[in-house]
Design a protein around this ligand. Structure first.
Ligand code: BGC
Length: 737
C-alpha cells in the first residue's frame, strides 16, 4: 500500500461507513483490494462482499504488526462507476476495553486503510486509496463491541457525516497468516420456555461461541433484545453473573418486513439466551445459533461404548472450536477471551489431534516472539493488551517451547522450529537471569498448578510449591531446546550441561529419601504449599526428572490418589500428564480409574451435570448445585480437555514414533468399561484408524494405515507385529483391565 493512509471517522453515534467512488473506463486484466484495520472491517465492492470470512483482519500484536488482506475484486467491478464501502467496528484492535477490570484501556482508535489496484489491458496501473477524500456515513449499527454485544436498528436512515480524518497508526504490515474466521455449525434451539424466575429463555442445547441469528417479521420499530448465559442456576433460573463486566447485550429493531439479523462484529458464548424485549409471538423457530471459529480442518475422530466418555469427547471438540477464534483463548463469554498461554499449552497436544492447527499456531507463535521482552520474559497473555500487565509465569510462558515442539511432532514442520528457536533460547536465558541458584528458578510468583483442588477449598492456586513447579518447567523447557536444537542441527552442548545440572539441583533441593519434601497434600485442605502433591509427582515422573527413583514416585502418587478416594487433585499443570505418568509406568488401571471417576474432581463430573463443553473448574457446579464462584467460573474453558491426548495414544494406542506420524506404534489399552473404541487421525500420509472390540473373551483389533507410514502393532506380551498398509486385524486373549 503505497499511497494509502490510515483514516478514521469523526466521533459518531453509530459505527461508520466509509465510501469511495471510482471509475473504470478501460479493459481490466487484474484488480485487487489490499485492506486492513484497527478494528473489524466488512468491505463491499458495488454492494457485494469481498469475503465471507469474519472479524478481519484478525488479532495480532498490533503495536508490532497488523495483517493486510488481499482480495481479488475483478469479478465485482463493472465498467464505469464503482464504489467501495467499508463498515468499521471496534473489533480487537480498536477496542477500548479488552481484559478484565478496566472499562477503558488505551487501544487504537478504530481506523482503516485500503488500496485498490487496477491493472488495465493497456498495461497502465491505477490505485484508489484510503485518504481524507473518503466519505463517512452513519450506519444502522448503533453500538458493537466484543464484550458488550451489538445494537442494530434497521429503521435508522443512513446519513452522510463528513470526510474521513487521518489516523495516527504506526505499525508494520504483514500478509495475512491466520486461518480465516468463519461461520460453522448452525444450532437450532431445543425449546423456548419460561424459567423459574419468570424469564423467557431460548435453550440451544449446546454451549457454543458465535452469535444468534433472528428471523422474524415484527412490527416496524419493535425490538428483540437478549443476553446469553451458559447455565441455569440451581433454582432453574437463567444465570450469567459469571460474564462479569461483559454486557453481551444484543438488540435488533424490526423494519416491518421479514428481517434477518445477526451481529456483524461481536461474538458471545452461551447455551441459552434470555429474551429482554420481544414480540409475544416469537418462537424457537425464529432463532438459530451460529458457531464462529477459525477454519481449522477436523482431523481426529473418536467413539467408544461408554456414553459418558463420548459426551466428554464431544465437550472437548466443542470446547476447542469455541476457543480457537483466530488465537487460542481461555473462554468466549466473560471479560477475558484472551490468548492465555497456559491454557493453550496444556491443550496443544489434544488440539493437534482433533484439528490441523499448524497454521493457526504459527501465526500466534510469531506474535509471542514479538511480544517477548528483551530480558526474554513472556507475559501470560499474547497478544498483549496495552495497559494490562500479566504475570510472567512458569507453565504459561513455557508455551514458547512446548507448543512449537508439539507442532513439529504433529506435522513434521521444521519451519515452526526455525521461527521459534531464538525465542526458546531467550526464554531460558530469562530464567537463568532470575537467580539466586543458577540451576533452579526460585522466588518468583507464578500461576502455579492453577485451579488444582488440593489447596484450601476456594483457592485458585493449587498446593504445589511454586519453586518446585518453576524449576521443573525450567528443566522441561531446556530439554525441549535440546531436542529442537538437534532437529535444527545446532550445537546444544551448553543446554545439555545445563539440563543435567538443573536435574541434579532439583533432586537435591526438593527431595529427601526419594520423596518430595513437605506435608502430603490433602484434597481441599492443604494450607501451606508443598512439594508432596499429585501434580508434583506427576511432573517428576512425566518430565523424567528423577529417573532412577520412578517406582517410589509412582507408589507415592498411587497412595495420594487412594487417599483422595480414587480422585485426582491436579490443576492446569498436572492434569495433562497425570494419566500418562500412570500408564507410562505400568498403572493403566489407575489411569482408567481416574478417567472413569464420576465424583468431583473428575472429568465425568461435569458430564454428569449436563456439560456440553469443558468447564473451567471440575466443580463449576457442585453436588449441591452451587457455583464455584461468581467471579471466575467459565463453562467453556478447554484446558482440561487435554485428556483426549491420553485417550488417543492409549485407549486407541496410536503412538507417534517420529514427527508427522511417519513411524508409529499401535499399542491400545482396552478397557471393559468402554466396551469398544474406535478412532482416527488424518495425517499428511493419509488416515490412521485404530479400533478394538470384544468377541467373547477375545479382543479384536482392527487397524488401518495408509501407504507411506511404517507401523507396528504391540501385542499383549509386548511383541511387535508388522502392520501393512490397508486393513489389518489382530486378536488378543488376555487379562482385561
Ligand atoms: C484465565 C485462565 C488463565 C488464568 C491465569 C484466568 O482468568 O481464564 O484460564 O490461564 O487466568 O492463571
Amino acid at each position: 500500500m503505497k499511497k494509502a493512509i490510515w483514516i478514521k471517522a469523526p466521533i459518531m453515534n453509530t459505527l461508520p461507513y466509509f465510501k469511495k467512488k471510482f471509475l473504470v473506463d478501460k479493459e481490466l486484466v487484474k484488480a485487487y483490494l489490499d485492506i486492513s484495520a484497527m478494528g473489524f472491517f466488512e468491505a463491499k465492492i458495488n454492494g457485494k462482499q469481498v469475503t465471507d470470512s469474519l472479524f478481519n483482519p484478525g488479532w495480532t500484536s498490533y503495536h508490532n504488526r497488523v495483517q493486510v488482506r488481499r482480495f481479488d475484486i475483478l469479478p465485482l467491478l463493472k465498467r464505469e462507476d464503482n464504489e467501495i464501502t467499508v463498515l468499521l467496528g471496534e473489533g480487537w484492535g480498536g477496542s477500548r476495553r479488552m481484559g478484565w477490570d478496566s472499562p477503558t484501556r488505551p487501544y487504537f482508535y478504530p481506523s482503516l486503510i485500503f488500496e485498490i489496484t487496477l491493472m488495465y489491458a493497456d498495461t497502465s496501473i491505477e490505485t484508489i486509496s484510503s485518504d481524507t477524500h473518503v466519505d463517512v456515513y452513519s450506519s444502522r449499527i448503533v453500538a458493537s463491541s466484543i464484550y458488550d454485544g451489538e445494537i442494530q436498528d434497521e429503521t435508522l436512515r443512513v446519513k452522510y457525516i463528513a470526510k474521513a480524518e487521518g489516523s495516527f497508526i504506526t505499525t508494520n504490515y504483514v500478509e495475512y497468516e491466520g486461518e480465516d474466521i468463519v461461520e460453522g455449525e448452525r444450532i437450532y434451539p431445543l425449546k423456548i420456555f419460561t424459567d423459574n424466575g419468570g424469564n423467557r429463555v431460548v435453550d440451544f442445547g449446546q454451549n457454543f461461541t458465535g452469535y444468534v441469528e433472528v428471523n422474524f417479521k415484527g412490527k416496524r420499530g419493535e425490538k428483540i433484545s437478549f443476553t446469553p448465559g451458559e447455565v441455569l442456576d440451581k433454582n432453574g433460573v437463567f444465570y450469567n453473573k459469571n460474564y462479569r463486566s461483559a454486557k453481551s447485550f444484543y438488540s435488533f429493531t424490526f423494519t416491518g418486513r421479514a428481517d434477518t439479523f445477526k451481529p456483524k462484529f461481536s461474538f458471545m458464548g452461551g447455551r441459552y439466551i434470555k429474551l429482554i424485549d420481544y414480540p409475544d409471538d416469537i418462537e424457537k423457530e425464529n432463532f438459530v445459533g451460529i458457531m464462529v471459529h477459525s477454519n481449522i480442518e477436523r482431523t481426529g475422530y473418536f467413539e467408544c461404548g461408554n456414553t459418558l466418555i463420548n459426551q466428554l469427547y464431544h465437550n472437548i471438540i466443542y470446547g476447542q472450536l469455541s476457543n480457537y477464534l483466530d488465537i487460542p483463548t481461555d473462554c468466549p463469554q466473560r471479560d477475558e477471551r484472551l490468548g492465555w498461554l497456559g491454557d493453550a499449552e496444556v491443550f496443544a497436544r489434544a488440539a493437534e489431534i482433533n484439528f490441523n492447527v499448524l497454521k493457526f499456531f504459527k501465526k500466534w507463535l510469531k506474535d509471542m516472539a514479538l511480544e517477548q521482552k528483551d530480558s526474554g520474559a513472556i507475559e501470560g497473555v499474547v497478544p498483549k493488551v496495552p495497559g494490562l500487565d500479566v504475570l510472567v509465569s512458569c507453565g504459561w510462558a513455557d508455551a514458547c517451547t512446548i507448543i512449537p515442539y508439539e507442532m513439529y511432532l504433529a506435522y513434521n514442520d521444521t519451519e515452526v522450529l526455525v521461527d521459534t528457536f531464538p525465542m526458546m533460547k531467550k526464554w531460558i536465558s530469562y530464567i537463568l537471569s532470575r537467580g539466586p541458584n543458577k540451576y533452579l528458578w526460585l522466588g518468583d510468583n507464578h500461576f502455579g498448578d492453577w485451579l488444582a483442588l488440593d489447596a484450601l477449598y476456594g483457592e485458585s492456586v493449587g498446593a504445589t510449591d511454586l519453586d518446585y513447579l518453576a524449576s521443573a518447567f525450567f528443566a522441561y523447557s531446556t530439554s525441549i531446546v535440546i531436542k529442537v536444537g538437534e532437529v535444527l542441527k545446532e550445537d546444544v552442548s551448553y543446554y545439555k550441561d545445563l539440563y543435567k545440572n538443573i536435574k541434579k539441583e532439583f533432586i537435591k533441593k526438593f527431595f529427601v529419601d526419594g520423596l518430595p519434601i513437605g506435608e502430603k497434600a490433602v484434597i481441599g485442605k492443604t494450607k501451606k504449599k508443598t512439594c508432596y502433591t499429585e501434580t508434583a509427582l506427576v511432573i517428576a515422573l512425566y518430565f523424567n526428572l528423577y529417573e532412577d527413583n520412578k517406582d517410589k514416585l509412582l507408589n507415592a502418587l498411587i497412595e495420594l490418589i487412594d487417599e483422595a478416594d480414587g480422585r485426582m487433585t491436579t490443576g492446569f499443570l498436572g492434569t495433562p500428564f497425570i494419566l500418562h505418568a500412570l500408564s507410562d509406568n505400568g498403572r493403566s488401571d489407575y489411569a482408567y480409574k481416574l478417567l472413569l471417576q464420576e465424583k468431583n474432581p473428575s472429568w465425568l463430573f461435569s458430564v454428569l451435570h449436563g456439560a456440553t463443553t469443558m468447564w473451567e473448574h471440575y466443580d463449576g457446579i457442585n453436588d449441591e448445585g452451587d457455583f464455584w464462584s461468581e467471579a471466575m467460573n467459565s463453562f467453556n474453558h478447554y484446558a482440561y480437555g487435554a485428556v483426549y491426548d491420553w485417550i488417543f495414544s492409549n485407549t486407541l494406542g496410536i503412538k507417534r514414533l517420529s514427527a508427522g506420524y511417519k513411524k508409529i506404534a499401535i499399542d491400545p489399552i482396552p478397557c471393559k468399561e468402554l466396551g469398544f473404541a474406535k478412532g482416527s487421525i488424518k495425517t499428511k500420509y493419509g488416515t490412521i484408524y485404530s479400533s478394538w472390540y470384544y468377541q467373547g473373551d477375545a479382543l479384536v483389533f482392527e487397524i488401518e494405515i495408509p501407504k507411506g507410514i511404517e507401523a507396528v502393532f504391540i501385542d499383549g506380551s509386548g511383541n511387535e507385529r508388522k502392520i501393512v498398509p490397508g486393513k489389518n486385524r489382530f486378536y488378543r486373549e488376555e487379562e482385561i483391565i
